[in-house]
Design a protein around this ligand. Structure first.
Ligand code: ATP
Ligand code: LTN
Length: 336
């Protein structure tokens, strides 16, 4: 993200869709780490509202969810003094570059995207062109800011590979316009599983509300959801193949307390699942308490939110305009 021409730190960029309140899975797998990266990297984080239009949304709900998602990013520790933070649709360069990149993208490569296959099966009545060209928009998001690293969950790796392919293709045709980004898939960003079907990933769009914890759930709700979490018919708290439910709870507890799996097993040796579930629920409620408090504060201060997202959009527009101008010149669009 070169603004002054001088560059010291590597650039990190990531986005999240405002399709609902973030889950414990989003928190552990993504956002918690985003905050920690701010010291070491130049970070840019955004609310990917244009991406959410690929699935039909209620307009009033989407508007609210986008502002809430922005407030949630701040609540999780993303600091606008340290990181660039903005709402995707506030920066028109994303849609513009996406169009240009889609003209350098083949139908065949988009057809191979597993997310497209999954989502078009799930929303068979609305297999729209945006759902299909989604990876070109994601590539534009990343390439505009010349990102070095893109922290995402393993489910987004294929989109990252596509981004690298399209950027390389473009660079080969026109000479280096884009930095080729690397995926940054953190080890601790373990995949958090559904509390009701622990072989499936925890997802904010799950119809069963007991399957996921949102980062705004009240402590009693969190504890109750863990009490109801599906486990197995054994008694021993140990991490073993086939014990998907318990393995998931051990993972959550271990990540949030910083204890190793062996230490967790030792701590609960001889204790039943009931005690263990309660302990996991308490740790999660405890860790999320400050996020909930921060959210109450930020979401009540509309003027502050507006000031931060406007400033973010201005800065993002200035950075992205440089890449876009370079690209337009290279492909032969006449200068204004
Ligand atoms: P949706 O349910 O709307 O598809 P989602 O909950 O799967 O959404 P995304 O907005 O697609 O979440 O993902 C945001 C980030 O959180 C991505 O980097 C993704 O890899 C990560 N993530 C999502 N779910 C989990 C999970 N269960 N465990 C770990 N990381 C996750
Ligand atoms: N596709 C991502 C969200 C997303 C993103 C990005 C992530 C949109 N643009 C750019 C990283 C970089 C998702 O659904 N999780």
């Amino acid at each position: 993200m070169e603004e002054s021409g001088k560059k010291e730190k590597q650039t990190i960029l990531s986005g999240i869709q405002p399709t609902g309140v973030f889950t414990l899975g989003n928190y552990i797998g993504a956002i918690r780490n985003w905050g920690k990266m701010q010291e070491e990297y130049d970070c840019a984080y955004f609310v990917a509202d244009l991406h959410s239009l690929t699935v039909r949304q209620d307009p009033a709900a989407l508007r609210k969810q986008s502002l809430d998602a922005f407030a949630l990013l701040l609540s999780c520790g993303i600091d606008p003094e340290k990181s660039l933070i903005f709402i995707q649709s506030h920066v028109p360069a994303h849609a513009e570059l996406s169009w240009i990149l889609s003209c350098y993208t083949q139908f065949g490569e988009l057809s191979r995207m597993t997310q497209f296959k999954d989502k078009s099966a799930k929303h068979a009545d609305n297999v729209n062109a945006g759902l299909f060209t989604y990876p070109a928009l994601m590539a534009a998001d990343i390439l505009l800011y010349q990102a070095d690293l893109v922290p995402v969950g393993a489910d987004q790796k294929q989109h990252l590979e596509f981004t690298r392919d399209v950027a390389t293709r473009f660079n080969n045709l026109y000479g280096g316009a884009f930095k080729i980004p690397e995926p940054y898939i953190s080890q601790t960003g373990a995949k958090i599983m559904s509390l009701q079907e622990p072989t499936k990933k925890m997802s904010k769009s799950d119809e069963n509300k007991n399957a996921f914890i949102t980062i705004l759930d009240e402590p009693n709700v969190i504890i109750n959801k863990f009490k109801r979490a599906v486990t197995d018919s054994e008694k021993e708290v140990c991490f073993r193949e086939g014990k998907d439910g318990i393995n998931n709870l051990i993972t959550i507890y271990s990540i949030l307390t910083g204890k190793t799996v062996a230490q967790v097993e030792q701590e609960f040796a001889g204790k039943g699942y009931g005690d263990f579930k309660l302990a996991v629920g308490e740790v999660v409620a405890d860790k999320l308490a400050p996020v909930r408090e921060n959210f109450k504060r930020y979401s009540a201060d509309r003027a502050y939110l507006e000031q931060v997202y406007r400033a973010g959009a201005d800065r993002a527009a200035a950075i992205s305009a440089r890449t876009l101008a370079k690209v337009k010149k290279k492909v032969g669009l006449a200068a204004r």
